[in-house]
Ligand binder design. Sequence first.
Ligand code: HEC
Ligand code: HEC
Length: 282
Amino acid sequence: MKTITKSIITGGILALSLGFAAHAGEDATLTVNGEITLPVRAAAPAGSPLPELFSGWVFRSTETQAMQMDDFDNPGMIFVDQAWEAWSTPEGSAGKSCADCHGEPESFAGLRATMPKWNDEAGKLYTLEDYINESRVKHMGAEPWKWSGGQMTGMTALISLQSRGDVVNVKTDGPVADMYEKGKEIYYTRVGQLDMACSNCHEDNYGVMIRADHLSQGQINGFPAYRLKNAKLNSVHGRFKGCMKNIRATPFKEGSDEFRALELYVASRGNGLVIEGPSVRN
Ligand code: HEC
Ligand code: HEC
């Protein structure tokens, strides 16, 4: 049985119903298009605070799970189609398209499973969004896309799809070690009116019902994620922002160093799971 944090009870805003010893669908299998089977649980990496890793898919309802099992039923794929078009459309003062320099999106196979990662040239931790916007601004002479706008999330979905089934393998040492520590600190720091940390929900209470929602481990291997709630693809930082708002905290900005660091730390907690993006969530 999971323990409930004091603040969930005293906060009074969130009602928890207990009685879930485990996750309803932990033995469910995610097969996409009847073709490719994606493992949704994995052994926790060395030093992990979690006994075992579970994809967020495991915690969703049967109906929501089913939508991710067929690309024709996955509403996120509409945005992937749009990104396919954008891929070969020239834009900006250089008159170039992504295709002119990168060939097919397949050339990014495996990339998503290593993100975010250190960019030597920039001397900074880079997310997928950073790379895309750098290409747009520096190489295409085009306007950067909005971090969580439809064009950006469509493109991150198209690129993530090229790593579908690849094992998450995010580096946490070397030049990114400081950002990793910073992300970890943010993850465990209580904030907001409800005085809660990410860990209070996604580490201490996953598998528990919170209102009508089944708490997951808050993994990001399925991002960008199509949410039925807002009918669009959601970026990792967009999701972090939403969770911070829910605990009545002032969220960091999308694309901020805080969220980059948090993305690195959260991604590394999923080392061993496989890339599913774009996933479907409620
Ligand atoms: C004029 C050439 C050019 C165009 C056009 C271009 N890129 Fe790039 N892109 C590059 C170069 C060069 C790099 C590697 C150096 C860097 O980080 O800037 C790169 C790096 C990337 C990376 C990181 C790859 C990795 O393995 O780390 C991604 C992702 C990317 N581009 C996406 C895109 C997308 C999406 C578009 C279209 C919106 C695009 N690029 C358009 C030249 C281009
Ligand atoms: C009050 C509890 C609570 C706190 C605290 C919280 N979240 Fe969440 N989070 C949720 C709920 C509820 C959901 C939706 C159900 C689920 O996937 O767990 C969610 C979903 C997520 C998801 C999407 C997972 C998926 O598979 O789609 C991520 C990622 C996430 N949270 C990260 C965070 C991070 C990072 C923090 C700290 C900044 C945080 N959360 C704090 C309750 C919380």
